[in-house]
Design a protein around this ligand. Structure first.
Ligand SMILES: Nc1ncnc2c1ncn2[C@@H]1O[C@H](COP(=O)(O)OP(=O)(O)OP(=O)(O)O)[C@@H](O)[C@H]1O
Length: 439
């Protein structure tokens, strides 16, 4: 079994050991990131969600055991392969009991190391990832959703507005395969007094104006998905009814006697801090625990620059095709401006900006001013035409970033891929203020 395409983080302070592990794992086809102390490792592993971690037990600022304990407390924690000296074997055995994957004793033979690492890796997921995003956190999220595809476990999607909670819910729904409905209900948009009848339906004559039987969302969802958006805005009385629906998996139409079976999966979404709403008495604690069993967090777009590029490419291509525009595409400077932007409205904002830019750009290339007209208008100086040199530098910088990402930050491989020497690459990285992940 090869390491082709696997994502592995190495936590090692020894430069020689670190470099040789990086090289060997890259040769095996893995995407590798290297962290040199505990603090760096904690941030990096949390952000990147690798499939496995190779970790030295002794680090300058912490022990590998500390790093492991911090990470293992998280859901979907990757397995650890510890590198230990003879003096640390007791500790390594303790770690194994605590759930670490395995350990190798220094000095070790590379073949044995690779075999052990391969054996602790989680099985490959069927089907390609990269539907929701290409960044590591989004790929990890996709893997989680694929695991949840079968069954009816309730899932809570959290994340800032526009980060893609509904898109992720629809993706999960689509994984189910069957041709069943996805019923989306915006709990913030429906008035509280109408919500019960909307959700559970009503019988004829249940109240004034109920001239016919009406099937609610819960019933129309059949064996599909009931997507409850903005669940934090659900009225307290309705929260009690929703809890009963989830506990008993039955419901009554308003004015109905008969208990009807509820067969759908509930996916709830919120951009609010539900735990805080529970503390304020605005959300039932029992319902909170019932729906938060599996919580999937959508990271804000500003924390995943790889997805900014990927989404830009997709949205620009799609919008050009849809509108029949003859624009050449996004300029390198516009992409840089997009990468520097904080995207408070997340993917929704990105999509809107692209659509507006395509509609308004005078071309041939979409400029930073097309994407961010408000900023362009404010800074008169910026309204000038970029020089050829600026365009060339921006393109070079962007391409070096891409190559570094592609090789997992491996300098030699990046230089080779770009057809320049290692020194030239270093010089350019310095000039463009690019920090290598592995330097
Ligand atoms: N991974 C993605 N790929 C393509 N488009 C996406 C992706 N994520 C979000 N979008 C687009 O961004 C917009 C907002 O997405 P979505 O409605 O899923 O966000 P949300 O988190 O549910 O927002 P809100 O909290 O405001 O309801 C939609 O137009 C959607 O098509």
């Amino acid at each position: 079994m090869s390491l082709e395409g696997r994502t592995i983080d190495v936590v090692e302070d020894d430069p020689i050991m670190g470099e040789s592990l990086m090289q060997r794992l890259a040769i095996e086809g893995a995407t590798v990131r290297w962290w040199r102390d505990g603090r760096e490792a904690l941030g990096g592993i949390r952000r990147d969600a690798p499939e496995a971690v190779v970790c030295d037990i002794r680090l300058p600022d912490a022990s590998g055991e500390d790093v492991f304990h911090e990470i293992v407390a998280r859901r979907d924690a990757p397995p650890f392969l510890f590198i230990t000296g003879h003096g640390d074997v007791d500790q390594a055995v303790r770690l194994l009991r605590g759930g670490a994957g395995d350990y190798v004793l220094k000095p070790f033979e590379m073949g044995d190391f690779l075999k052990r690492l391969t054996s602790i890796l989680p099985p490959r997921q069927d089907g390609a990832t990269g539907v929701l995003g290409v960044s590591r956190p989004m790929q990890a999220m996709e893997r989680t959703l694929r695991k949840l595809a079968k069954g009816r476990t309730t899932v809570l999607m959290t994340g800032e507005t526009g980060s893609g909670k509904e898109v992720a819910a629809r993706f999960l729904h689509g994984l189910g395969g069957a041709d069943v409905p996805f019923m989306a209900v915006n709990c913030a948009a429906i008035p509280a007094n109408l919500m019960e009848a909307e959700l559970f339906g009503h019988e004829r004559g249940a109240f004034t104006g109920a001239t016919q039987r009406h099937l609610g969302y819960a019933e129309r969802a059949r064996e599909g998905t009931l997507f409850l958006d903005e669940i934090g805005d659900l009225d307290l009385a309705l929260q009690a009814k929703l809890l009963r629906l989830l506990e008993d998996r039955t419901f009554h139409r308003v004015g109905g006697e008969q208990a009807l079976p509820f067969k759908a999966r509930v996916v709830a979404a919120t951009h609010a801090d539900l735990a805080a709403l529970v503390r304020d008495g605005r959300f039932r604690e029992d319902l909170y625990y019932r729906i938060a069993v599996i919580t999937v967090g959508l990271p804000p777009l500003r924390e995943r620059p790889e997805d900014v590029r990927w989404l830009l490419d997709r949205f620009v291509a799609a919008t050009l095709a849809e509108t029949g525009s003859d624009l050449a595409g996004l300029s390198a400077l516009a992409e840089d401006a997009a990468l520097a932007h904080a995207w408070p409205g997340n993917v929704r904002e990105l999509r809107n900006r692209v659509e507006r830019a395509v509609a308004l750009s005078l071309g041939p290339w979409i400029s930073p001013g097309d994407l961010f007209p408000e900023r362009w208008a404010e800074a008169a100086d910026d309204g000038r035409m970029p020089s050829l040199e600026e365009i060339r530098h921006a393109a070079e910088k962007r391409h070096i970033h891409r190559a570094l990402e592609f090789t997992g930050g491996e300098i030699l491989a990046t230089a080779e891929a770009l057809g320049i020497s290692r020194t030239t690459l270093w010089e350019k990285m310095k000039k463009f203020e690019i920090r290598g992940e592995a330097d």
